[in-house]
Design a protein around this ligand. Structure first.
Ligand code: GLV
Ligand code: MG
Length: 336
């Protein structure tokens, strides 16, 4: 793999240098919290025991006149809570907003040693990541932050989708990329007001019948193309792909199917915007026990990962051994 253009250099002796080795962590649900609402932040210590990642949201959905309260609330929440092995992330405001510089400088100064990942919205290209990368390097050196803060990009502009391969490989700080279907729909002038999920009008019709009977209609997945492109870009760069938000809280089945499609295609997790979506994400992004049992049979049957065997009438070889290892490794991580 080619090194990113401005490969990170620590600014001071002893400053942390990110490597390409990402910490192996479960990140099945990135749970969004509005940090300016005390009723919600009061529940964070309990929440931190139930989810893989707690994310303090500072961007969209936080009103302009609450941006400072959200930032202050997030800092207070981060200081007051022991997150244990649960990830602590934030979504900062976009780089072209009036709030982002204070977001970055104040967070690193106050909680740089607790913050695991900064989610950067509306990433158009590598220049956005390089800017944040350099700024973090300067702030980490200044505030003696002991481990590099990682970057997670949201893929939610047409330009970002065009540049996703370069974005994924843009810095050793890159932890992953999430699909942002709402902003992406707007950026592409897609004709939907939904936040993720399907659309009943995006479909194909079965061929006409000779007897003139009703033609079956099959709904298609609006996000398949983008998810596939994003998963390949992330896998090639050694970082993690994530499905983003599913906005219809009254449709848990639709949410589960969308999350599962992303899981099957290679995603590591999704966002949970509502407490009911935590259990859905946990179920979907933990491998199915039957699948794990079958995968273990494959590993047991081919201890050195080579050759060809038949199991339950199905051919297994070096490639299926690797597939099985993906499933078993995830099951082991879930089991702790
Ligand atoms: C998320 O930020 C989205 O725009 O879908
Ligand atoms: Mg968005």
């Amino acid at each position: 793999m080619k090194l990113p253009r401005n490969f990170f250099k620590p600014l001071a002796a002893g400053a942390p240098a990110p490597t390409r080795e990402l910490p192996v962590r479960l990140e099945r649900m990135i749970h969004f919290v509005p940090p300016h609402i005390e009723k919600v932040t009061a529940k964070v210590p309990q929440l931190a025991r139930e989810v893989d990642v707690v994310l303090g949201n500072l961007e969209d959905a936080i009103p302009a006149d609450a941006k400072k309260a959200a930032r202050d609330g997030f800092i207070a929440m981060a200081k007051a809570t022991d997150f244990g092995t649960t990830g602590l992330w934030t979504r900062i405001n976009a780089l072209n907003s009036p709030w982002v510089l204070d977001d970055i400088t104040e967070l690193v100064a106050a909680i740089g040693n607790k913050l695991d990942v900064i989610m950067l919205p509306k990433v158009d290209g590598v220049w956005d990541i390089h800017y944040l990368d350099q700024l973090l390097a300067q702030l980490e050196a200044k505030h003696q932050v002991k481990k590099p803060i990682l970057i997670h990009a949201i893929l939610e502009t047409a330009e970002g989708v065009m540049n996703v391969e370069q974005i994924a490989a843009s810095s050793p700080r890159m932890q992953g990329i999430s699909l942002g279907p709402a902003d992406l729909a707007a950026s592409r002038a897609m004709k939907t007001t939904r936040v993720g999920g399907g659309h009943p009008e995006y479909k194909v019709l079965a061929d006409a019948k000779a007897d003139g009977g009703a033609r079956a209609a099959y709904q298609q997945d609006l996000w398949h193309y983008t998810l596939g492109k994003m998963v390949d870009a992330c896998a090639a760069a050694g970082i993690k792909p994530f499905y983003g938000p599913f906005g219809d809280f009254s449709d848990p089945e639709g949410c589960e199917v969308q999350f599962r499609n992303a899981f099957l295609m290679g995603c590591a997790g999704a966002w949970s915007l509502h407490p009911t979506q935590v259990a859905i994400a946990k179920r979907v992004y933990s491998p199915d026990p039957d699948e794990v049992a079958f995968a273990k049979k494959i590993l047991d049957a081919m201890p050195d990962g080579t050759g060809a065997v038949m199991i339950d009438g199905k051919m297994q070889d070096d490639a299926t051994w690797k597939q099985a290892k993906v499933v078993v490794d995830l099951a082991r991580l879930v089991a702790g």
